[in-house]
Write a protein that binds this ligand. Structure first.
Ligand SMILES: N[C@@H](CCC(=O)N[C@@H](CS)C(=O)NCC(=O)O)C(=O)O
Length: 231
C-alpha cells in the first residue's frame, strides 16, 4: 500500500508498538519523528487529539488515524495479516479484549507508575499533575505500581493461558502491544514476574530486529533519564 506515513515519538511505548508492528509485518512506511511538534497548527489540523502514533494514508476517510491498536487493526485488515489479527470472530475477540484491557486498565496504571520517573506529563486531574506535595505524588506512584500486579497477572492467567503468545504460536497485535508497554517498567526497576520476562524474551527472539531496533530508542531514553536522576 503506497504512501503511508507514520508520525512518531521515539521514546514512547505507544509508538514503539506500531513501530515494531510495521517492521514485523514488513510494511513499507515512512517514519517521521514529530518530537516537539504535536501541538503545532499543522499537526492539530490533521489530528486535534495531538496524539502519536499517527498514521497518514490517503485510503483513510479522514486521511489520518491515531490510537496504536486501531492503526495495527487497520493495517492488518488492509493487508490481510491473519497471523497478527485473525479474522475468526472468536480469536479476534480475544485479541481485541487483550488490547482494550491494556488501553483501558493496565496502561493507565503503568503510566501513573512510570511517567513521573520518565519525566512525561500525567493527565489533568491525576495526583501526579496536581499541586499535591512530593510525598502525596510518591504515594500515588507507589499505589499505581502496586496495583499493576493484578491486571498484569490477568495476561498470564487468561490471555496467555499457557500459550507462548496471546496469538498462540505467533505474536499477534496484542502481544506486540503488551511487550512494548512492559518496556517502560525498566524505568522503575519493577519486580517483573518470570513469566513476563520470558514473554518479552520470546517476543524479541521471534521478531528479531523488528523488535530490538525500535525498542533501542525506548531503552536508550530510559537509560538517559536514569543517568540524569539524582543519586
Ligand atoms: N492510547 C494511545 C495513547 C497515545 C499517546 O498517549 N501518545 C502520546 C505519546 S506516549 C503523545 O503523542 N503525546 C503527544 C501530545 O499529547 O502532544 C495509543 O495507544 O496510541
Amino acid at each position: 500500500m503506497a504512501g503511508m506515513t507514520l508520525h512518531v515519538l521515539k521514546p514512547s511505548v505507544n509508538n514503539l508498538t506500531v513501530r515494531i508492528f510495521v517492521r514485523a509485518a514488513g510494511l513499507e512506511c515512512e517514519e517521521v519523528d514529530v518530537w516537539g511538534s504535536t501541538q503545532t497548527p499543522e499537526f492539530l489540523a490533521k489530528n486535534p487529539a495531538h496524539l502519536t502514533p499517527m498514521l497518514e494514508h490517503a485510503g483513510l476517510p479522514r486521511t489520518t488515524l491515531w490510537e496504536s491498536c486501531a492503526i495495527m487493526g487497520y493495517l492488518c485488515n488492509t493487508h490481510g495479516l491473519e497471523q497478527f489479527y485473525p479474522s475468526d470472530p472468536g480469536k479476534r475477540a480475544m485479541i481485541d479484549s487483550a488490547n482494550f484491557y491494556l488501553i483501558g486498565t493496565l496502561y493507565p496504571l503503568l503510566a501513573r507508575a512510570t511517567y513521573p520517573t520518565l519525566n512525561f506529563p500525567q493527565y489533568p486531574g491525576e495526583v501526579g499533575s496536581s499541586g499535591a506535595d512530593d510525598a502525596a505524588k510518591a504515594e500515588a506512584q507507589q499505589a499505581a505500581e502496586t496495583a499493576l500486579a493484578e491486571p498484569l497477572d490477568v495476561y498470564r492467567a487468561f490471555f496467555l493461558g499457557g500459550k507462548r503468545f496471546i496469538g498462540g504460536d505467533h505474536p499477534s497485535i496484542a502481544d506486540i502491544r503488551l511487550a512494548a508497554s512492559l518496556e517502560f517498567l525498566a524505568a522503575i526497576d519493577y519486580d517483573m514476574p518470570d513469566w513476563a520476562r520470558e514473554f518479552m524474551d520470546a517476543m524479541a527472539n521471534e521478531l528479531g530486529d523488528a523488535y530490538t531496533e525500535p525498542a533501542a530508542d525506548v531503552r536508550g531514553y530510559i537509560e538517559h533519564v536514569r543517568s540524569q536522576a539524582p543519586a
